[in-house]
Design a protein around this ligand. Structure first.
Ligand code: E4P
Length: 265
């Protein structure tokens, strides 16, 4: 699998050298508090204050400034999220995505380096379809079912992020259990089903497992196109002899389970 860092933390990204990174407003706000961003934070705040901008203007500006820094240290894509409060309004999502891309381009960063992250609601999928016409690639997030994933692929979206942990969390609560063996984990099963279906039907859409709660969950999906992983779990994988390498090159074999490969289909 291609490893992606689920963070805006530059130091963590420098350490693990992922291909891409994924952010969302809470990861951006967390990253903004890191000392490496102190200057960027105060400059952005001053600029927005002088222009009489509000908190949303500040968040957009900060998201793009930090995203811009991230494009300088990952070779691939930086995922930048559209505010989840807009998730049921196609036009507002399109307008926000275009605005974020405009800000990136004002800073000299090409739209080819950015994935706009939108929720995979029906409205979000329509927004992604329209944005593709503008050459804006999307990462459709909050995917919990095969049906949602297929709708995204049929709309020709670039990438989907099927979630693991939020599904597992929900089943843990509803069944009142402490956890699942990786093989029985409904979050893992959901992503595997989606991945297998996509490969069996030859969809071009990239499948990126997301929302991991443990290193074992990451390992269980070795072989999936991409996996976006927090710095804490990347550290755990890296600390355990050879684990990160086995996720990166699953053909070397996994201790827990045979990885998913094209040969599965
Ligand atoms: C990545 O793109 C997602 O935003 C992230 O993995 C979500 O994980 P969570 O379930 O911990 O919010």
């Amino acid at each position: 699998s291609v490893v992606v860092a689920d963070t805006g933390d530059i130091e963590a990204i420098r350490k693990y050298q992922p291909q891409d990174c994924t952010t969302n407003p809470s990861l951006i706000l967390k990253a903004a508090q890191l000392t490496g961003y102190a200057q960027l934070l105060s400059d952005t705040q001053r600029e927005v204050d002088q222009a009489g901008g509000d908190i949303d203007t500040l968040i957009d500006r900060l998201t793009v400034r930090i995203g811009g820094e991230l494009t300088r240290i990952v070779p691939g894509y930086v995922s930048t999220e559209v505010d989840a409060r807009l998730s049921f309004d196609t036009d507002k999502m399109i307008a926000k995505a275009r605005h974020l891309i405009e800000l990136y381009e004002q800073d000299g960063i090409s739209r080819d380096r950015i994935l706009i992250k939108v929720a995979a609601t029906w409205e979000g999928i329509q927004a992604a379809r329209a944005l593709k016409e503008d050459g804006i690639r999307c990462n459709l997030t909050l995917i919990f079912s095969l049906e949602q994933a297929i709708a995204c692929a049929q709309a020709g979206v670039y990438l989907i992020s099927p979630f693991v942990g939020r599904i597992t969390d929900w089943y843990k609560k509803s069944q009142g259990v402490e956890g699942f063996a990786v093989d029985q984990d409904p979050g893992i099963q959901s992503v595997r089903t989606i991945y297998r279906h996509f490969k069996a039907h030859g969809y071009d859409t990239v499948v990126m497992g997301a929302s991991f709660r443990s290193a074992a969950q990451v390992e269980a999906l070795a072989g999936c196109d991409r996996l976006t992983v927090s710095p804490q779990l990347l550290a755990e994988l890296a600390a355990d002899e050879g684990k990160l390498e086995r996720v990166l090159t699953p053909e070397a074999g996994s201790e827990t389970e045979a990885p998913l490969t094209e040969a599965d289909f």
